[in-house]
Design a binder for this molecule. Structure first.
Ligand code: ADP
Length: 540
């Protein structure tokens, strides 16, 4: 027997239908690739998305076909996102910061039929076009006046949609694919995660909840996290679903431009990875000017250092919400909203919870297991592999790559090593491949980095394990110094004393000019391990 309620499929275009019907005048503002600021609203974005859907149908694109984007966060990217999945297509966001070979691999593997791209990427697309095996149409996300001379037969987005009438969305099964995003593939080829309409809608609803991003019709949100990185943490969906004002930075990620945008548009919530906020804090320290009405920053993608939370609190009166997730989780897993017990603690005690990755959002089950697969206690101490389960978590990779990824009970192994505590906070100890194994005990590279980044003059820190004849591995700390600062091994070690367990003390500290990053701005530990694979630690 079934319940007797309506069967209303959870399709992503229903989010923007809602936005247009109930929040039609609410603004969608973006900095553009052509320069300048563009103002639109949810009603207009929806209308143009439907024209975009019609244009794709006109090109012969069928439900289930992949349509790629190489684009920044702009209103046209949002329109094409809704347009693609609104006609049953699969919006495949490609990260433009990947290497050429990876972009070619991903586009060919996905069998993309159309590519929407920004002016920024004309040269990139011209260079790679001969290697794309399935792309039939190249659509430049601009107007006629900005169409460049090109060796390719480029279509103009504005012309394309202007030629189409407002047309209905396509009704597909709620479990049909709506989006596709590849993991960054630091090991092996990237793998595709194919989101469904249902998973995206459920995720969008969960993301807006009070203890998640706390978004509503009065929110003005700036997703600095790019749409090609785990769906900009679903903000273009969540903002539509709750009628928030959406502000986007286009191709700009520099602190002065983002600061100006936050102030001029009265942004109260902005989301980005720690590296973006690190440069913002440095910029504010040097130039001042504040952050206008910004109340909260949601920070995730890598661990948030304690010093960052404190700077935002004390210098800018901005609350940091830490979140943890991954491409395979759409991306949300945990968010750091305080539970009543923690909220009642002193500021310093609260900090020791706020540096954890947060508590599970409804829809995400999680547990930690030991090497024998047995569940570990939720005591904040026992750490092991973190497993997750839920309706917006990957069930298998696109085209079955990687084979079976769930265990017999449907759990997905995140590749992270973590603790869970009595209040439900999850704390990432490390990624399982980054943890340093010293004499049979584990040292968390993340905890060491977070401690080291607080040292005077240190701009960024990375820790890797290098071979040690006695202990198997010992930590090597690499630091990049702030402009004009002088950092030494002694100054960093003196700072770390008392802040970390003595046996965690790095065996060596090297000051380097640059640290390698992945396309999503994370430290590229594989490359560092490679660089220092023959490194001999000083013998004390
Ligand atoms: P990739 O796996 O390609 O680096 P993802 O964005 O999917 O890209 O990365 C997910 C991983 O990033 C997580 O498994 C975790 O290791 C790390 N991560 C994300 N958020 C946090 C956080 N708040 N603290 C620590 N690590 C994080």
């Amino acid at each position: 027997m079934l319940g007797t309620m309506q069967d209303w499929p959870l399709l992503v275009w229903k989010l923007i239908d809602h936005a247009a019907a109930f929040h039609g005048e609410r603004e969608v503002v973006s900095l553009t690739c052509e320069g300048g600021k563009h103002r639109s609203n949810w009603r207009t974005v929806r209308a143009r998305a439907r024209q975009c859907a019609a244009a794709l149908r006109h090109m012969g694109i069928q439900p289930g076909d992949r349509v790629a984007t190489l684009a920044w966060n702009t209103y046209r990217h949002v329109e094409s996102w809704y347009g693609i999945s609104g006609m049953g297509g699969v919006a495949h966001t490609i990260n433009p910061r990947l290497f050429d070979d990876q972009i070619v691999y991903i586009a060919n593997h996905a069998e993309d039929r159309v590519l929407f791209f920004d002016l920024t990427f004309v040269a990139l697309v011209e260079r790679l076009a001969p290697r794309f095996t399935t792309i039939e149409h190249f659509v430049l996300l601009t107007d006629r006046a900005h169409m460049p001379e090109s060796s390719l037969n480029l279509l103009c987005y504005e012309d394309l949609i202007a030629a189409q009438p407002d047309a209905d969305w396509t009704e597909v099964d709620e479990k049909a694919p709506a989006g596709l995003c590849y993991t960054s593939g630091t090991t092996g080829n990237p793998k595709g995660v194919q989101y469904s309409h249902r998973s995206n809608v459920l995720h969008a609803m969960a993301a807006s909840m009070t203890d998640t991003f706390g978004m509503g019709a009065r929110t003005t949100v700036l997703p600095i996290a790019p749409m090609y990185h785990a769906n900009a943490w679903s903000i273009p969906y969540t903002a539509a679903g709750c009628g928030a004002k959406l502000v986007m930075g286009g191709p700009n990620f520099d602190a002065p431009t983002l600061q100006e945008l936050i102030i001029s548009e009265n942004v109260d919530l902005a989301l980005a990875v720690p590296t973006v906020w690190l440069s913002m804090l440095q910029h504010l320290e040097a130039k001042g000017g504040g952050l206008g009405k910004l109340e909260r920053t949601a920070i995730g993608g890598s661990a948030v250092p304690r010093s960052m939370i404190e700077s935002f609190d004390k210098l800018h009166n901005v609350k940091v919400i830490q979140l943890w997730g991954m491409t395979e989780m759409s991306p949300l897993g945990t968010v750091g909203a305080a539970c009543p017990d923690v909220a009642a603690m002193t500021y310093d005690e609260q900090l020791s919870y706020r540096i954890k990755q947060g508590r599970g959002v409804f829809g995400v089950e999680m547990k930690t297991v030991g090497d024998d697969g047995a569940e570990l206690p939720r005591d904040g101490k026992a750490f092991g592999r973190l497993l997750v389960r839920g309706p917006w978590i990957v069930g298998s990779y696109f085209k079955g790559d990687g084979g079976q990824v769930l265990d017999a009970d449907g759990w997905f192994d995140t590749g992270d090593v973590a603790t869970l505590d009595r209040y439900g906070y999850m704390h990432i100890v490390d990624r399982s491949k980054d943890v340093i194994k010293s004499g049979g005990e584990w040292i968390s590279s993340i905890d060491l980095e977070n401690a080291a980044v607080g040292a005077p003059g240190v701009a960024e820190a990375a820790v890797i394990g290098v071979h040690h004849p006695k202990w198997d591995e010992r930590p090597l700390l690499l630091v990049r110094q702030k402009d004009g600062a002088t950092v030494t091994k002694e100054s960093v070690l003196a700072y770390l004393e008392g802040k970390i367990a003595k046996w965690w003390t790095p065996d060596e500290v090297l000051v380097v000019d640059d640290l390698p990053h992945t396309a999503t701005g994370k430290l590229l530990k594989t490359e560092l391990r490679d660089r220092y694979k023959d490194y001999k630690l000083p013998t004390a």
